[in-house]
Design a protein around this ligand. Sequence first.
Ligand SMILES: *[C@@H]1O[C@H](CO)[C@@H](O)[C@H](O)[C@H]1NC(C)=O
Length: 217
Amino acid sequence: MASCAMFQLLLLLLLSIIVAPTNANIEGDALYALRRAVKDPGLVLQSWDPTLVDPCTWFHVTCDNDNRVTRLDLGNAKLSGNLVPELGKLKRLQYLELYMNKLVGPVPKELGNLKSLVSLDLYHNNLTGFIPATLSKLSNLKFLRLNDNRLTGRIPRELTKLGNLKILDVSDNDLCGTIPTSGSFSKFSEESFVNNPRLEGPELMGFVRYDVVGGSC
Ligand SMILES: *[C@@H]1O[C@H](CO)[C@@H](O)[C@H](O)[C@H]1NC(C)=O
């Protein structure tokens, strides 16, 4: 009887070792998914070797003391291609810097899972599609720069919940609808929104037409 319990315990232990997620590999795999999805003529991702135990020695990647990724610095890196949903797995990522590349396709809604994110800089690419409303889950976000892309649709009202947002720039896109003015958006000037030919003026306080919130215009 005792040996049976012992055996079960051993089995459980063994199983937990096998099943236990090693964050390092999850994060390395997530970053490697990005490497596979983009063209990299400048070879800035050449050091991204997926056989290493974690991505912390890769160029343009910064980790904390637990070897978890906190920064991705790939601004002005000549990257073209798509962003990948796997980026949403980098739970301690604070800085996602992918500005001034030639990225196309949508902003993955999974970026809303980056709970630690302070700065999301995707400006000056050729991103298309809607601004995901899931970005409103990024409660630590201070800088949101999506300007100079080809984003369409409405500015999600949910983003006004981002209490820590200091800088917002969605200028130079193809957004439409009205500009939210409540919550954190009360401190942003017209400059944050210019050069969106189909974007109408600020909406009147307390007069949101919920029937037209979200989606296309
Ligand atoms: C975006 O696409 C346009 C048209 O294809 C192109 O002229 C422009 O250089 C692209 N911009 C970036 C930043 O990739």
